[in-house]
Write a protein that binds this ligand. Sequence first.
Ligand SMILES: Cc1ncc(COP(=O)(O)O)c(C=O)c1O
Length: 401
Amino acid sequence: MSLSPAEDYRRLKAAVAGEALPVAVVDLDAVDANVARLVAPVRAANKHLRIASKSVRCVALLKHIMGLDDVFRGVMGFKVDEAAHLVAAGFDDVFVAYPSMAERDAETLASLAPRVSIAVDDAEHVARHGRAGAAAGVEIPLVIDVDMSLRWLGDRVHLGVRRSPIADVDAVRALAANIRDTPGVKLHGVMGYEAQIAGMTDASPYSRLLNLPKRGIKQLSRGPVARLRRDIAEALRADGHAITIFNGGGSGSVHWATAEDALTEVTAGSGFLDSHLFDYYRALELRPAVFFGVQAVRRPAPGIVTCHGGGYVASGEAGRDRLPRPYLPAGLELFDLEGAGEVQTPLSVPAGVEVALGDPIFFRHAKAGELAEHFAEYVFVRGDRIVERAPTYRGEGRTFL
Ligand SMILES: Cc1ncc(COP(=O)(O)O)c(C=O)c1O
């Protein structure tokens, strides 16, 4: 059942009546719909779905999402101490997708083996974990992170993220051999995250001229990404390595990545909550599922209300698309000269929209997980009622990154 924006505002306002503002709201009906949409292609392809915890950062919400379908298999975490926190909360398969050289992280991984694996892309990473694993008499599971960027002219044109130096089959084979020869570690899998497809908007109202070139980059990347993942899987098999996971994809590429035989699983996180950057992908129909509500407190001039707070700006390439977007009541807009303020955020109010002082104004954050760093608690709503409240990582007193 789809509501008009006015009805949607009325029900969200009713849900948070009596709550202290600002309040962070998760709409469970929308989450459930997004999960169903993202799970469908994964199930059809007979693969698993790993949930990206960085895009959720709330244990109860991770559990809610993973409990909805048995296609879910494990968490993609972002920090070793976070993985330890998740294991303590009952998760038994966490892949930390970003490397660490900290000795205490290696020791923690050794104490958690085999439940937590970690990404590596350098012999130094392997050696660090090998020492800790051997000292503890265990094997820390390692996942080789492969760069899936599009590279031209040597590497002078590099379209993708700058993370791993491992960019071809030979480099993967060499690191896999190094892991095999190192006591205290074992090869658990491979990750090839195609950021320039999964993480790049291509229908953005903020940079219209770039949308077409970005679509071109996505299109051009698909063949090379699929071939490299296939060749890596074949080469590792030929070298006698048996990997448990081959991970790829993100919310922006689930539909496409699931078609690849080489991958055993795909990752998604942001898409379950549909933060507003995910509006700017073609062919990705999701429902906004996370909001924050701030209080309208002032009327500096006709047609303007000023809210208390709102300045939760997202990471990444700085630009207007990183600002939160006013969501409901519909039609409110930020002012270019002020943006979303640390304590005061003015908004233009279109004719015909009434905002009373004290009303909540709902915004969407640009990114799904970062909102949780600003709130101790998420309130989960269904329809016009709060059905549950749950601490975010921050609310548990943990800020991992
Ligand atoms: C390694 C990796 N995989 C997958 C993703 C996709 O996550 P999401 O679905 O939340 O966009 C990301 C996001 O940055 C990532 O870094």
